[in-house]
Design a protein around this ligand. Structure first.
Ligand code: NAD
Ligand code: MG
Length: 397
C-alpha cells in the first residue's frame, strides 16, 4: 500500500537520506509534505524533485523567499509557516507516515502531534523522546501510533529483539541491551588536550556524516547518553540493563543479550539509509542504496569500556535517567544550549559537561505529569544554562 509521507526536517542529514531512499521506490512512497528551517534553496530543489502538496518554513519572510524560488522553477506547492504548519502536516488526514528528523527540542510539538494522531512515526529526533519519555510512549499507546526507531542503535536493537517484544522483555529472556558507540574523534586523545578542542575538530566524526549538533554530542558521548534514555523508553527496559560498549569500527550497530548466553546483533555499513529503509518498509525489506559489508576489508572488530572521566556527559545522562521525572528534560535542554554556545565559540569543549552538570544540580527536576510540565522545565533549564554560560563569559573577560 502507498505510504504518504511527511518529512519534518527534510533538508538535514536524515531528511536528505530519507529522500534518497524514497526516490528509489516511487511505487511505495509519495511525499506529502517537506519542512525546513534555513536552507530554502535546498528545500526548493526538493520540492521541484518530489512535488509535495505542502511545505513548511519558519516564518512569513521565508515563505515569501520560497514562493519566489518556486515561481522561478515553475512549481506550485502550498506553503505553511511555523509550529502550526509543522503540526498541520504532521497530523493531516492524508498522511500515513511521519519522519521526525528536526534536530532538538523544537521537534517535540509536531512529533508528539503525529503520535497523538496515530501516525506511523519514524523517530530520528531523539531529543523529543528524551525530554518527554513516559508521556510520549503513553500517548503512542493511547492513539495506537507505531513508533519505529531511526537512530541506528535503536533500529539495530529493534531488529535484534523478538517480534513480540512489547509483551515484555522479561518473558522474552532479554537480559541486556548493549548500545555500541564509536567513541567519536577524541577517544584516544590525551585528556589534557581536550580543553583546546575546536568546533571543527568536534564535528569531524570518524565514521558517520551527520548534522553539527549530533556530531558534537557524539564527541562528548552525550549522544550515547541520550540514546540510553531513548532505549529506556522505546523498549521499556531499566537503565541498569542498558550498557554502552565502545566499538570504533561502527559495524555492529547494537546488540541484545539473552538469558541463554546468546547475543543477537545487527551489522552493516555506517549509513543511515539502512535504518531509514528498514523503518520505511517494516516489516518488509527494500533496497536502500547501501553497499553490503565487505568482511575481508573490515578485518577486525574491537571493543572497549567507555572511560567516564573522558566522557562525563555519559555519566550525567545515566544519573538523569536514574533521577527520572524531569531530569532528562533538564539534561537535554542544558546540553542544547551548551552545544550551541560551544559551536559559536563562546565556551570551551569541557564547559559543555560542566554547564549540564551545574544546571542538573540546581534545577527543579520534579515529576513530568504533562507536556506543559516538560515545556516549562525545558524553558527554565535553558535560561539557567544561558545564565551559567554568561557568568562564565564575564569571568573570562
Ligand atoms: P541536521 O542539522 O542535519 O538537520 C536538522 C533539520 O531540522 C533540518 O532540516 C533543519 O531545517 C531542521 N530544523 C532545525 N532547526 C529547526 C527549527 N528551529 N524549526 C524547524 N526545523 C528546524 O540534523 P540531523 O543530523 O539530520 O539530525 C536530525 C535528528 O536526527 C536529530 O535529532 C539527531 O539527533 C537525529 N539523528 C541523526 C542521525 C544522523 O546520522 N544524522 C543519526 C541518528 C539520529
Ligand atoms: Mg545513534
Amino acid at each position: 500500500m502507498m505510504q504518504h509521507l511527511t518529512i519534518l526536517g527534510a533538508t538535514g542529514s536524515i531528511g536528505t537520506s530519507t529522500l534518497d531512499v524514497v526516490a528509489r521506490h516511487p511505487d511505495r512512497y509519495r511525499v506529502f509534505a517537506l519542512t525546513a528551517f534555513r536552507q530554502l534553496e535546498k528545500l526548493a530543489e526538493q520540492i521541484a524533485a518530489f512535488r509535495p502538496t505542502f511545505a513548511v518554513v519558519p516564518d512569513l519572510a521565508s515563505r515569501e523567499s520560497l514562493r519566489l524560488m518556486l515561481i522561478e522553477r515553475g512549481v506550485t506547492c502550498e506553503l505553511l509557516v511555523g509550529e502550526g504548519g509543522l503540526c498541520e502536516v504532521a497530523t493531516h488526514a492524508e498522511v500515513t507516515t511521519v519522519m521526525a528528523a528536526i534536530v532538538g527540542a523544537v521537534g517535540l510539538p509536531p512529533t508528539l502531534a503525529a503520535v497523538r494522531a496515530g501516525k506511523r512515526v519514524l523517530l530520528a529526533n531523539k531529543e523529543a523522546l528524551v525530554m518527554s519519555g513516559r508521556l510520549f510512549m503513553d500517548e503512542a499507546r493511547q492513539s495506537g501510533a507505531t513508533v519505529l526507531p531511526i537512530d541506528s542503535e535503536h533500529n539495530a536493537v529493534f531488529q535484534s529483539l523478538p517480534s513480540q517484544f512489547e509483551y515484555g522483555l522479561e518473558e522474552a529472556g532479554v537480559t541486556k541491551v548493549l548500545l555500541t558507540a564509536s567513541g567519536g574523534p577524541f577517544r584516544t586523545w590525551p585528556i589534557e588536550q581536550l580543553k583546546s578542542v575546536t568546533p571543527d575538530q568536534a564535528v569531524a566524526h570518524p565514521n558517520w556524516v551527520m548534522g553539527r549538533k549530533i556530531s558534537v554530542d557524539s564527541a562528548t558521548m552525550m549522544n550515547k547518553g541520550l540514546e540510553v534514555i531513548e532505549a529506556r523508553w522505546l523498549f521499556g527496559i531499566g537503565g541498569d540493563r542498558i550498557d554502552v560498549v565502545i566499538h570504533p569500527q561502527s559495524v555492529i550497530h547494537s546488540m541484545v543479550q539473552y538469558a541463554d548466553g546468546s547475543v543477537v546483533a545487527q551489522l552493516g555499513n555506517p549509513d543511515m539509509r539502512t535504518p531509514i529503509a528498514h523503518a520505511l518498509a517494516y516489516p518488509q525489506r527494500i533496497a536502500s542504496g547501501v553497499a553490503p559489508l565487505d568482511f575481508a576489508s573490515i578485518a577486525a572488530l574491537t571493543f572497549e569500556t567507555p572511560d567516564l572521566n573522558r566522557f562525563p556527559c555519559l555519566r550525567l545522562a545515566y544519573a538523569a535517567l536514574k533521577a527520572d521525572g524531569l531530569a532528562p528534560t533538564v539534561l537535554n535542554a542544558a546540553n542544547e544550549i551548551a552545544v550551541s554556545a560551544f559551536l559559536d565559540r563562546q565556551i570551551s569543549y569541557l564547559d559543555i559537561a560542566s554547564t549540564v552538570e551545574a544546571v542538573l544540580d540546581s534545577c527543579d527536576t520534579g515529576k513530568a505529569e504533562s507536556l506543559e510540565d516538560v515545556l516549562v522545565a525545558d524553558g527554565s533549564a535553558r535560561r539557567m544554562a544561558q545564565a551559567f554560560i554568561d557568568k562564565r563569559l564575564r569571568g573570562a573577560a
